[in-house]
Design a protein around this ligand. Structure first.
Ligand SMILES: Cc1cc2nc3c(=O)[nH]c(=O)nc-3n(C[C@H](O)[C@H](O)[C@H](O)COP(=O)(O)OP(=O)(O)OC[C@H]3O[C@@H](n4cnc5c(N)ncnc54)[C@H](O)[C@@H]3O)c2cc1C
Length: 334
């Protein structure tokens, strides 16, 4: 597009309103789910504080987030992990949610909207063969500052009399900091705050990258091309690009020449998971933890009307194809 046409477009002259897409930025983030939006927030917040007004652009192709994991997820926040980094990240998320007003308020009063955080621990159950392993893990989690209680079978029976404890030896229960929230509301809060901070959120698809000759004969990434809904392609210069495309991260990595062939060894791979809703008016109700049994089947309360959501990870030999979001209802019955 000619520079003159482009200037007119950016200034909004010449008829219909056109999206403003900057021509260059310090940080370009591909994917505006929870990972991309929180990264944008922190980059902007830190640059405002220390280095002075770096430009941050987020490219998101689906502003209604119909397929983003962030809004399709269960919104669970747990501190019970086996990896130290995951525990630290999650403990910080609890802190962030406790201070959400400081972080995400825009106008002050009644703002940001309530993300519907439910304070309820996760409850993991294990049989005799994995009891020792669970006890060690709880020890490690508590040493890192998490508040997890190891419960014997009789303690489980007392606290959760509705659980069938056949083949169960021990349970680990989060007594502080764990729970679940509405991930869509959380994403909207971050989105609005990022707009208020001056982050450019571009609705378009990252189509391809631009490269320039770099040192030692290796090409260096110098920018990207974004396709908007009207079919236009917009170039944007940035040497720092963050791949926050979730299930599509592999495709972005391929476009950036970061891996060979089909990128099947790339660290982030798509996995399809089903979440089902069921109604159980006589269920455990408000005292219900985020329950995970010895087989990995989980459920949690959804509101206070006797509704629950549940799911399970499929076995290794049944990994459903992730190219569409259709639900296998037989998996629930099994
Ligand atoms: C069923 C389910 C339940 C889950 N439950 C939990 C839970 O309880 N607790 C928990 O911690 N985690 C849970 N997770 C995992 C969690 O949801 C994800 O780890 C997290 O949401 C990933 O966020 P993201 O921003 O990386 O990805 P996403 O939210 O998927 O965002 C990626 C974005 O990138 C955009 N994008 C992709 N390609 C392009 C492109 N070329 N150009 C522009 N934009 C692009 C997409 O449109 C999308 O909006 C669950 C996941 C699933 C599927």
């Amino acid at each position: 597009m000619s520079p003159w046409k482009r200037l007119n477009q950016e200034l909004g002259f010449g008829g219909e309103e056109k999206p403003f897409i900057p021509r260059e930025t310090n940080f370009l983030i591909v994917g505006g789910g929870l990972v991309g939006m929180s990264l944008a927030y922190w980059l902007k917040a830190y640059s405002n504080k220390y280095s002075g007004q770096s430009k941050v652009v987020v490219v998101e192709r689906d502003p209604s987030y119909t397929r983003a994991s962030s809004v399709l997820s269960c919104g669970g926040l747990r501190h019970q992990f086996s990896l130290a980094e995951n525990i630290q990240l999650s403990m910080y998320t609890t802190e962030f949610l406790q201070e959400i007003k400081e972080h995400l308020s825009i106008l002050g009063e009644n703002d940001p909207p309530d993300v519907q955080f439910n304070h309820q621990g996760y409850l993991f159950l294990e049989g005799p063969e994995k009891a020792e392993k669970l006890a060690k893990m709880v020890d490690m989690q508590n040493q890192m500052g998490a508040k997890i209680r190891l419960l014997t079978k009789s303690q489980l029976k007392e606290k959760f009399p509705w659980i069938n404890l056949e083949n169960v030896e021990v349970g680990s229960y989060g007594i502080q900091g764990e729970g679940w929230f509405d991930p869509y509301l959380f994403l909207r809060c971050l989105y609005q705050k990022n707009l208020a901070l001056g982050i450019d959120i571009v609705h378009g698809e990252l189509d391809r990258f631009e490269f320039q000759p770099g040192p030692l004969g290796k090409d260096r990434l110098s920018g990207a091309y974004i396709k908007t809904n009207d079919g236009q392609e917009h170039g944007i210069k940035s040497t720092l690009v963050f791949n926050c495309a979730g299930s599509w991260a592999r495709e972005i990595a391929m476009k950036a020449n970061l891996c060979s062939k089909d990128c099947s060894d790339f660290a982030v791979q798509p996995r399809k998971r089903y979440v089902y809703t069921f109604h159980c008016p006589d269920g455990p109700g408000i005292e219900s933890p985020f329950f995970v049994d010895t087989t990995g089947v989980y459920f949690r309360r959804e509101g206070l009307g006797g509704n629950y959501i549940c799911g399970a990870s499929p076995s290794k030999d049944y990994e459903p194809p992730s190219d569409d979001l259709s639900v296998d209802y037989k998996f629930f019955e099994e």
